[in-house]
Structures are given as structure tokens and as C-alpha cells.
Design a protein around this ligand. Structure first.
Ligand code: NAD
Length: 508
């Protein structure tokens, strides 16, 4: 698909918006494409079309929806070079990273498509002793129309946790991608439409624009809103959705810690910290930003981390380890955090204040900055790591948990990895690895506190985009012995009193 085709889709969806959103290459500033800025009118129109399509899409069988989703995945899988090129151009990440992101997204489409029936189909539940003349079933029904708002840092993988799972659950979806990556969003939607020409318009559709367009989507009457982005915006989304009691799932930021215990494989821990800290220019919600390492292994860990960090080179070319900061303002936050950490007693072990060379930032490692520093407390979203020396795993866990975020974490320990993982205040934790849970489609993904709430991926992710519908169907009558009637039989009520005492009258 060409950028022009993507633009055409966006403009078609616009119905003629006046303002233009310019999508540019963050490394060069070159124009990638123009997209409309949709206002409440156009967003409302997209939601009305999606609602009309919801009846037929929601009425398809799980198998029919699975086929449509797999056709979408096939379309994307067969154009990965072109798609990776667009992701590189609009987001800035290297082609291979773009490709890796597409692979993960494809796995999620496949998993959601193939598991929706198992997770969401009607199931019988026991009617219980009082209602034993009834058959009880619970079914997970789609909400109807889901609005999805996405970020730019993983513009394919991240929204896919909402798009594929909401569609597989039988909802139609209106997607607003980040203003920094509208072309990637348009590509995803066009691929779905081209792979499924027989489906009505509006099963998966696009609106483009800035925050105001997202706010309009929140107020448009969608039946659920799935947001991925910063905590600050998440709070605004929740406030806007509160006006209509629209339910939300919020996948927000993190300040993810890594704990390196003294029995860890130090080389593996250092390599993983470098990858999770610096890849994608550190612009990864589940990237590592803070490391807590036991004193006994601190020096060899730092030496190995320095070796890996100094081998990395940001750039826009094929051999670059990672790309530019995607948002122009990203470098300012990184600069502020580096300077704050150094001012707070931190020692630059790799790089330093002059590592910020807009639009690139070289890897930075700062040792033992004060824990109150912004570099330790706030999401940096750049290729920086703070490393703190600790005297025990207990201290590491306490400091790792001393954050308002609760998204993800990593532990390196040969013998106690899973035990330490359980103590970390995070929605997901990788043991002797980093980010592994995000590539495991069956594992739910999400956080708490400032990291948001609700889950995408896995069984929980499918249920997130459905609501339970309970049915109690009478199979036969019990004359005089039913609760919900004026015709209760006195003898039966007396019998019930005895049963209640026998059943509930003793604790235990
Ligand atoms: P952001 O919050 O600035 O923007 C996200 C989206 O929200 C964009 O599409 C934006 O246009 C829209 N938006 C902005 N204001 C809005 C408003 N008032 N109402 C409705 N929509 C509005 O975030 P970003 O800079 O695009 O992404 C980076 C953030 O996302 C980081 O904090 C990162 O940690 C987080 N993130 C989280 C996850 C996760 O799964 N938990 C994944 C990726 C990124």
C-alpha cells in the first residue's frame, strides 16, 4: 500500500476535514504524508458507521471472524517490507525493529482469532440448590463499538492488543492512532479492508488528528474506550469517558525496574538491561529504566553494561542500533532527567549530559543518583538507565516498588527469580529475561496505579472487550416451591427454613 493510498483512506474517513496533520520522519524532518484532523462531526460519523456494521460483524460466528482476522494477518505478513519501511519512516526505528514489531502484532491477531471461541462462548454454570429447576448460562457478548486510541512508540504492536482482541470478541473498532504515526494506523486499517472486501464499511475504521480528536472519540458514544499512552492523558480520557459512564481500559506508562541478585548471570543481566534500556531509543513502556544491583556483583555488572552500551550507535541508517527520539520534546525530558540525576549525586558511568544530540541520544548510565531524583521517579522514555547499588534483595524490592507505576519488571537470579518476581509490584515480570511476557500472547498485559488498569492479551484481554450476559432459563416448574412467585407454599417455606439452618447456620 502506498502512502498516497493510506492518505486517501484517511481523507475518505474525514469527509473533508479542513486542517491537515503532517506526518514527518523524525530523523530527517521530511514529510511522510498528510492526514485530516477530524473533528467531533467526522468522529461521530465514523462511530455511526461502526455501529451499523456492529450488527453484522457481531452476528458472525467465531469461525467467520477468525477467517477475517487471519486474512488481515496474511495481508500484513505478505507486505512486511513495505510496512517496515513506513514504520521506519514515520516512527524512526530501524527496519529490523519495525519488522519485529509486526511479527509480534501478527502473533496477537492469530492468538485472538483462534482463542475467542474458547474464551467467550456460552458456558453452563451450576444453577445451585435453590434454582435447580433452571439452566444457567453465561455468555460473553461484544460491547458494540470500541474506540481505540494509540501511542507512537510501538504504533503497530501496542494498539493491536486492543484492535485484534476487540474485533475477535465481536466489536467493531474506530481507531485513532497517534498524531506522530497516522500513516501506520492508516496502513493497518487499509490492510484489514483490502483483505476483507465483502465486509461492510466500519468494521475497523480510522480517525486521525491530535488529542482533541481522541477526546471527541471518548465523547462519541462508543461503548468502550481502549487507551494506550501516558498516565496524564489516561486521566483525561477517564474524565471524558466518565460523562457517559463509558468503560475504559487504560494501558499507561511505567518506570520499570530490574533487580540483579548476587547469584545472577551477570553477563546476561547486563546484556538484557542494555537491550531493555536502550533499544527503540528507550521509548518502550515496558523498557527498563531503573536497575537495582547487589553490591557483591555491582562492579562486574557495570563493566559488562558499559561494554554493551558503548557498542551501541543511534542513527537513521541500516546499521544503527536504534533510531531518533520520535517526539521532538522527548529529548528535553531526557536532558532534564540526566541533569537532575547528576545534580542529585549520580555518577555518569556511560555518557552524560552531552549525550543528547537532537534528534538522537547516546546511551547513558548513571550510578547511585538519589532515589528522589526525577530520573528515578518519572518516566524518562529515553535511552538512559539509573543503576542503584543495594545491600540485599529486600532493599532492591523495596526501592523497586517505591513508585507510583506498576507496569512491568525484570529479575535476574539463578535460584530465586520467581520468588523475587512475586514480590515486585508490577502487572508482569520477566525472570532472567526482559519483556518476554509481551511476546507471550496467552499472558494478560497491563498494570496498576499510574500504569492504568484493565488487561489486553490472553483470555483476560478477550474478556476485557466483552460483557457477561447471564441467562437463567426455567426447565420445569416446582409448584409452590419457587422463590419468585406470590404462590409460595407454606410447607415448602418451612422446609426451606430448615435447609437454610442446616446449610448456613454453622460457620465452616
Ligand atoms: P500520549 O498520552 O501523549 O498520547 C497517546 C494518544 O492519546 C495519542 O493518540 C494522542 O493523540 C491521544 N490524546 C492526547 N490527548 C488526548 C485527550 N485529551 N483525549 C483523548 N486522546 C488524547 O502518549 P504518547 O506520547 O503517544 O505515548 C507514550 C506513552 O505511552 C508513554 O507514557 C508510554 O509508556 C505509554 N505506553 C504505554 C503502553 C502500555 O501498553 N502500557 C504501550 C505503549 C506506550
Amino acid at each position: 500500500m502506498t502512502d498516497t493510498a493510506a492518505t486517501a483512506t484517511a481523507q475518505q474517513a474525514a469527509g473533508g476535514g479542513e486542517d491537515q496533520l503532517r506526518s514527518t520522519n523524525p530523523a530527517t524532518g521530511a514529510l511522510v504524508a498528510r492526514y485530516p484532523v477530524h473533528g467531533p462531526g467526522e468522529v461521530g460519523e465514523a462511530v455511526r458507521t461502526a455501529r451499523a456494521a456492529a450488527a453484522s460483524w457481531g452476528g458472525l460466528s467465531f469461525a467467520e471472524r477468525e477467517r477475517a482476522l487471519l486474512r488481515w494477518a496474511a495481508r500484513l505478513a505478505n507486505t512486511t517490507e513495505r510496512f517496515s519501511e513506513l514504520i521506519h519512516d514515520e516512527n524512526g526505528k530501524p527496519h529490523e525493529d519495525a519488522f519485529a514489531e509486526v511479527i509480534l502484532a501478527l502473533e496477537h491477531i492469530r492468538w485472538a482469532a483462534k482463542n475467542a471461541h474458547r474464551v467467550l462462548r456460552p458456558r453452563k454454570v451450576s444453577p445451585g440448590i435453590l434454582m435447580s429447576n433452571f439452566a444457567a448460562t453465561v455468555e460473553q457478548r461484544p460491547f458494540g463499538v470500541v474506540g481505540a486510541i494509540g501511542p507512537w512508540n510501538y504504533p503497530v504492536y501496542t494498539p493491536m492488543g486492543s484492535l485484534a482482541y476487540a474485533l475477535a470478541a465481536g466489536n467493531t473498532v474506530v481507531f485513532k492512532p497517534s498524531e506522530y504515526t497516522p500513516g501506520i494506523g492508516a496502513y493497518l486499517i487499509d490492510a484489514f479492508t483490502e483483505a476483507n472486501p465483502e465486509l461492510p464499511a466500519g468494521v475497523l475504521s480510522l480517525v486521525t488528528g491530535y488529542g482533541e480528536t481522541g477526546a471527541a472519540l471518548c465523547r462519541s458514544g462508543v461503548d468502550k474506550l481502549a487507551f494506550t499512552g501516558s498516565a496524564a492523558t489516561g486521566s483525561k480520557i477517564m474524565a471524558a469517558c466518565a460523562e457517559r459512564l463509558t468503560p475504559v481500559v487504560l494501558e499507561c506508562g511505567g518506570k520499570d525496574p530490574m533487580v540483579v541478585a548476587e547469584d545472577a548471570d551477570i553477563e546476561a543481566a547486563a546484556e538484557a538491561a542494555a537491550f531493555a534500556g536502550f533499544s527503540n531509543a528507550g521509548q518502550t513502556c515496558i523498557g527498563i529504566e531503573r536497575v537495582y544491583v547487589q553490591r557483591a556483583v555491582r562492579d562486574p555488572f557495570l563493566a559488562a553494561l558499559r561494554k554493551h552500551a558503548e557498542a551501541l550507535r543511534p542513527g537513521g541508517d541500516v546499521g544503527a542500533s536504534y533510531g531518533p527520539m520520535t517526539m521532538p520534546t522527548g529529548t528535553e525530558t531526557v536532558q532534564r532527567h540526566i541533569d537532575a540525576a547528576l545534580a542529585a549525586g549520580g555518577k555518569a558511568v556511560v555518557g552524560g549530559s552531552d549525550s543528547v544530540r537532537k534528534p538522537y541520544v547516546n546511551p547513558v548510565v548513571i550510578l547511585d543518583a538519589d532515589e528522589s531524583s526525577a530520573a528515578v521517579r518519572e518516566e524518562t522514555f529515553g535511552p538512559t538507565l539509573t543503576v542503584r547499588t543495594v545491600d540485599s534483595v529486600d532493599e532492591a524490592v523495596e526501592l523497586a516498588n517505591a513508585t507510583e507505576y506498576g507496569l512491568a519488571a525484570s529479575v535476574f537470579s539463578a535460584r530465586r527469580g520467581e520468588q523475587i518476581a512475586r514480590r515486585l509490584n508490577a502487572g508482569a515480570t520477566a525472570v532472567n529475561s526482559v519483556m518476554a511476557f509481551a511476546a507471550t500472547s496467552g499472558l494478560p498485559f497491563g498494570g496498576h496505579g499510574q500504569s492504568g488498569f484493565g488487561r489486553i492479551h490472553g483470555d483476560e484481554g478477550l474478556r476485557e472487550f466483552s460483557r457477561p450476559k447471564s441467562v437463567a432459563a426455567k426447565r420445569f416448574s416446582v409448584p409452590g416451591g419457587e422463590l419468585f412467585t406470590f404462590k409460595r407454599n407454606r410447607l415448602v417455606v418451612a422446609l426451606l427454613r430448615r435447609i437454610v439452618r442446616l446449610r448456613h447456620g454453622r460457620a465452616g
